[in-house]
Ligand binder design. Structure first.
Ligand SMILES: O=C(O)CCC(=O)C(=O)O
Length: 297
């Protein structure tokens, strides 16, 4: 049985603005996690969901399959399911692409979000990597693929500033039945927990915790979940169904003394493929079709 962490939305909260005296700061310091109510503008979340929908819709059209027009979360899920059934490889490529959407990237570095990082004590906030898109759906399981992240901490995966913050942006309401995150309050106080590096993460030894140690974070649309790099957490999967899409993002403190001393390590590396991906592509006509050459010389 896990407790449920609910965000209470105080009166007068305006999306996109961080209050001068945030009530969540004490919770974050104490338990290593907090839900910040109503800070993300819902129209921005809608824009991201619509852009994601566009990605799946274009691919379905390309494959000659019917695509549902945008009408909210249900249409997005329907198109995701259709594409996954038609071609799992294309579905995965589309989902990876969605993590690169400008609308998503804009949200995670929006003024309100960076103000939260600064309220949490980060100076000259830096980003070790781009947002990681976490798609969970009982009808979107990929055989042999990941379905939820096992119990872990984020700091060992990044190894940057000790006071790094993870922020978790959900596009829709998250209930205890729609794949919420579960976290262990106060777990940051033990530093790095015993565990091992796995393919997807750095997994905490199951002997180190009990199910009853976790709280379930339910979030309303527009709320933001924040937690420390040492907060133990996992994806709740049991008895869950429907679609949940969240992006998680890490923020680091350029001024954290051990980060400075260690000369800014970053376990995430960017790789660039130098080979030509599609030999012979594009023809001049294709370039002209895409960008137009206008009337001039
Ligand atoms: O969203 C999820 O299910 C997992 C997210 C997570 O554990 C992380 O970003 O570290």
């Amino acid at each position: 049985m896990t407790l449920t962490l609910r965000s209470e939305r105080p009166r007068g909260i305006v999306a996109g603005r961080v209050p001068a005296q945030p009530g969540w700061l004490g919770a974050y310091r104490e338990s290593g996690l907090a839900v910040i109510p109503g800070v993300l503008p819902v129209d921005r979340l809608d824009r991201i969901a619509r852009d994601m929908h566009c990605t799946y819709e274009r691919q379905l059209e390309r494959l000659g399959l019917p695509a549902a027009p945008w009408s909210g979360r249900a249409s997005l899920l329907l198109n995701m399911e259709r594409l996954l059934q038609a071609d799992a490889k294309v579905y995965l490529a589309a989902t990876r692409h969605n993590a690169r959407l400008a609308s998503l990237q804009q949200l995670v570095v929006s003024d309100a979000v960076l103000a939260i990082a600064s309220t949490l004590g980060l100076q000259a906030t830096s980003l070790p990597t781009s947002p990681v898109l976490q798609v969970m759906g009982d009808t979107l399981r990929i055989p042999g693929g990941y379905h939820g992240v096992a119990t872990h901490q984020d700091w060992p995966v990044v190894q940057g500033s000790l006071d790094a913050v993870t922020m978790w942006f959900s596009l829709f309401d998250v209930t205890p039945r729609t794949f919420p995150l579960q976290l262990i309050p106060g777990s940051q106080r033990q530093g790095v927990w015993p565990g091992k590096i796995t393919e997807h993460t750095s997994e905490v030894d199951p002997a180190a915790y009990a199910d009853s140690d976790f709280v379930t974070a339910t979030v309303s649309r527009g709320d933001l979940l924040v937690f420390t790099g040492f907060t133990v957490h996992r994806t709740a999967v049991k008895d869950c169904a429907g679609l949940r899409i969240a992006a998680s993002m890490r923020y680091e403190n350029t001024a954290e003394p051990t980060f400075v001393e260690r000369e800014y390590p970053c376990a995430y590396q960017r790789t660039v493929i130098r080979e030509v991906l599609f030999p012979g592509f594009p023809s001049v006509a294709q370039v002209e079709g895409a960008i137009g050459f206008g009337g001039g010389a």
